[in-house]
Ligand binder design. Structure first.
Ligand SMILES: Cc1cc2nc3c(=O)[nH]c(=O)nc-3n(C[C@H](O)[C@H](O)[C@H](O)COP(=O)(O)OP(=O)(O)OC[C@H]3O[C@@H](n4cnc5c(N)ncnc54)[C@H](O)[C@@H]3O)c2cc1C
Length: 450
């Protein structure tokens, strides 16, 4: 084991390069983001995080926080030669039914929280993958099919525990360090310190809800999208809708989501879309709420995920015109056959849009829908052309989108601060200067101190 000079000792489960377990430790969801850090610290408690930060500073080693390993760009949750402070062994969940709150340690994955709460009769927002870490997703915002009813994941965050650059434990809520709470609701991971605990507001779940999934052949994507983008943003806000369009070769079009109401009403609300084209599969089912969560969070294992990806994202204030759809088609025709590449849309409105853009760090609220697209590849030699494909498509779509989602970042975006944060960027820089003036927590897309 490599011994470095320092006063502080690393505690928790410590894995240096060359130790058993190192290869598994450096496997992120996206292989393109795997790096060769000097050491991984799997913290078992908050003090292990504090020790790791102090040790890293004594040894002048770059620090990366990691929770669920789902970072979608490089050098965010791993860095060559650095220390990765991984909180994924910290997984306590404590529901307070009386006060309608839950305290979760940041090592939990979204699916574990949503399923544990659903089993106890409570509803919590989630996205489209059960294995995304609550650690990272919350800080960037946290979007998903329930956001129109109960807001973003971060809209429900009411308190956090964070270890700062000096190894000091800080609590942020509406009464103390309220600026840090504001910044942590959409400002993005890896900026201010390492979070170890979140407290969320929760609500009673309905006993049952309706889920749906509709599939069309790929060549009907234009018709479906044109109808979806006019319908989805204004449909009843109890209805969340995700539209996926895969690559031309081997892909199809799927729309899935949930409606917090009866199947009869769901069938009626969905009819402007289900009547389009010739769906090859149509499922609309009323399920007990815990099964709703299982339906929408299909397994997504981290260690066996083989595709590397380049994502890019944005928000739209108007439906995509034909010119934008033509650029989408060009992308989908060039994307790798049978891969996980494609376009993803999610409807906005309701609770997410009722909050003022300045009320939390998450700025992009007054839009119609969210859009992201990703190229995918397996062979490292295919990386460059696929990264270029995604970024060229961004240039073509730029006239039709605003902003970008910090949790689905694209490091090809120049001067990205205002793109991710709109006019909240300058306030975020001030909060950064207060909590991390020496920019100890920095990565290729982090917020520079004011
Ligand atoms: C398959 C897949 C599906 C996704 N679906 C959705 C979705 O439906 N909705 C959505 O909103 N997003 C979604 N995302 C994006 C996701 O929110 C981001 O990738 C998020 O950053 C992942 O967090 P993590 O903890 O899993 O990742 P990590 O790789 O562990 O970390 C990501 C970033 O957050 C920082 N971070 C992590 N933990 C902490 C911590 N405890 N304290 C401080 N900083 C921390 C890291 O340093 C890094 O910058 C998805 C991503 C993937 C790969």
């Amino acid at each position: 084991m490599l011994l470095l000079k320092s006063q502080t000792k690393l505690t928790g489960k410590v894995i240096f390069r060359g130790d058993p377990g190192y290869e598994a430790a450096r496997k992120n969801w996206d292989p393109h983001t795997d790096r060769f850090p000097k050491v991984f610290v799997f913290a078992q408690r908050t003090q292990d995080v504090a020790n790791a930060i102090k040790w890293a500073r004594e040894n002048r080693i770059p620090i990366r926080a990691r929770s669920g390993r789902h970072a979608l760009e490089t050098n965010l949750s791993q860095v060559n030669g650095g220390i990765v402070v991984d909180v994924s062994d910290m997984k306590k969940i404590k529901l307070d039914k009386k006060n309608g709150t839950v305290i979760v340690e940041t090592g939990n994955r979204v699916g574990r929280i949503a399923k544990s709460l659903a089993a106890q009769g409570f509803i919590a927002p989630f996205g489209d993958s059960p294995t995304v870490g609550i650690g990272g997703i919350t800080l960037g915002g946290g979007i998903g099919p329930l956001q129109r009813t109960i807001g973003l994941i971060s809209d429900n965050l009411i308190e956090l525990e964070m270890v700062d650059a000096n190894g000091k434990v800080i609590i942020a809520n509406h009464k103390q360090n309220a600026d840090l709470l504001w910044a942590s609701r959409g400002g993005g991971g890896g900026n201010f310190g390492i979070c170890t605990r979140y407290k969320f507001k929760v609500r009673r779940a309905p006993a049952k809800a309706t889920v749906y999934k509709v599939t069309w052949p790929w060549d009907q994507f234009e018709q479906v999208l044109k109808a979806w983008q006019r319908w989805a943003p204004s449909v009843d806000t109890r209805l969340g809708s995700e539209l996926n369009i895969g690559p031309k070769k081997g892909g199809n079009v799927t729309m899935e989501g949930l409606f917090l109401g009866s199947t009869e009403e769901a069938i009626r609300l969905l009819s402007p879309i289900t009547s389009i084209g010739t769906p090859t599969e149509k499922t609309i089912r009323l399920l007990p709420y815990p099964q709703v969560v299982n339906f929408l969070l299909a397994p997504d294992p981290v260690l066996t995920q083989r595709y590397s990806n380049q994502f890019s994202s944005g928000f739209a204030k108007c439906p995509f015109p034909n010119k934008a759809i033509k650029s989408m088609r060009e992308f989908l025709e060039k994307a790798e056959a049978n891969s996980t590449a494609g376009f993803f849309f999610l409807n906005w409105g309701g609770a997410v849009s009722r909050v003022s853009p300045k009320a939390t760090a998450f700025y992009w609220r007054k839009v119609k829908f969210y859009v992201e697209w990703n190229s995918s590849w397996i062979k490292p030699s295919d990386a460059a052309k696929n990264i270029t494909l995604t970024r060229n498509t961004r240039r073509k779509l730029q006239p039709f989108i605003v902003g970008s989602y910090i949790n689905v970042p694209d490091q090809g975006i120049k001067n990205s601060g205002p793109v991710y944060y709109g006019s909240n960027f300058s306030r975020l820089r001030k909060v950064k200067a207060k909590y991390d003036p020496n920019n100890v927590f920095n990565n290729p897309q982090s917020i520079p101190p004011a």
